[in-house]
Structures are given as structure tokens and as C-alpha cells.
Design a protein around this ligand. Structure first.
Ligand SMILES: [Cu+2]
Length: 152
């Protein structure tokens, strides 16, 4: 319970930071990926390396954000709501005590440092196809990327 409250607080701080520099994806002011009753919305977003992604549960059902351990870049840090260090730990925690849930209105955030493709799932709705993808592109260097595409 304490850990969830902490994650929510971190998410809120991240929102402020994102708002200050223009936001990551234009999906509204306070989050990048919402969660409907059965899906991540949008199911795929692209960010730059070093950017933080904020998920918010915009539905009334409990969801998780749980990275597929084998579908993230090899050098990347594992991420899962609840702070678990492996997919198995996240799945066990959910199965045992529904831990790691993001409840209505709560947020979860993760900063993506390693470029590549990250696939993740909502454990309770995996069979319903509630999966998502984060594509992380190399940052252009100075860290403050403009929205205009001036890359070659
Ligand atoms: Cu779900």
C-alpha cells in the first residue's frame, strides 16, 4: 500500500515535469497512456530515450503495467507497477494478493533510457488482449527535443 502511494506521487511529479517541457505525446495534460476497461489507450506510443512515460488508470477496473521480460531491450531496466524486478515476481504478486495493481485514477511512471521496443501487459486482462508497446527512439543529443522532425 505504501509503495503504491509512493508510485502515485512519483507519477504526479513526473506529470509536472512533462508539462514543463511540452509533454511526451500530446495525450492530454496529465498522462501519456490511459487505461480503458480493456485496453491501453493508445496501445503504442513513441518517446525519446530519457523520457518518462506516465500511465493513468482512466477506468474503474484495476490494471497492471507489467513489462514482458523477453520483449524489452536486453540492456534495459525491467519495469512493472508495484516495483517488481521480474515478470515472474509481478505475476506471483498479482496471483497471490492482487499486488501491483493500479487502481482508478492512480498513475505509474517509468523513464526509458535504452532505445528499442518495449512490450508490456496488464496481467488480469492479458487473455483479453490488454497489451501495449512503448517505442523508444535515440535521443538527438541535447536532451531537449523539438517536435519538428529535423532528423535525417
Ligand atoms: Cu487491465
Amino acid at each position: 500500500m505504501k509503495r503504491r502511494a509512493f508510485l502515485a506521487a512519483v507519477g504526479a511529479a513526473g506529470v509536472t515535469a512533462l508539462a514543463g517541457c511540452g509533454g511526451a505525446s500530446g495525450q492530454g495534460d496529465s498522462y501519456d497512456v490511459g487505461m480503458t476497461a480493456t485496453a491501453f489507450d493508445p496501445p503504442e506510443i513513441t518517446v525519446s530515450a530519457g523520457e518518462e512515460v506516465v500511465w493513468q488508470n482512466t477506468s474503474t477496473r484495476d490494471h497492471t503495467v507489467t513489462a514482458y521480460e523477453n520483449s524489452i531491450p536486453e540492456e534495459a531496466a525491467y519495469f512493472a507497477s508495484g516495483g517488481y524486478e521480474s515478470e515472474q515476481a509481478a505475476r506471483d504478486a498479482w496471483r497471490n494478493e492482487f499486488e501491483g495493481a493500479i487502481t482508478n485514477g492512480e498513475t505509474f511512471s517509468h523513464t526509458f533510457e535504452v532505445p528499442g521496443r518495449y512490450e508490456y501487459v496488464c496481467i488480469p486482462h492479458e487473455t483479453g488482449g490488454m497489451v501495449g508497446t512503448i517505442v523508444v527512439e535515440k535521443s538527438s543529443g541535447s536532451g531537449n527535443q523539438s517536435q519538428s522532425s529535423d532528423r535525417s
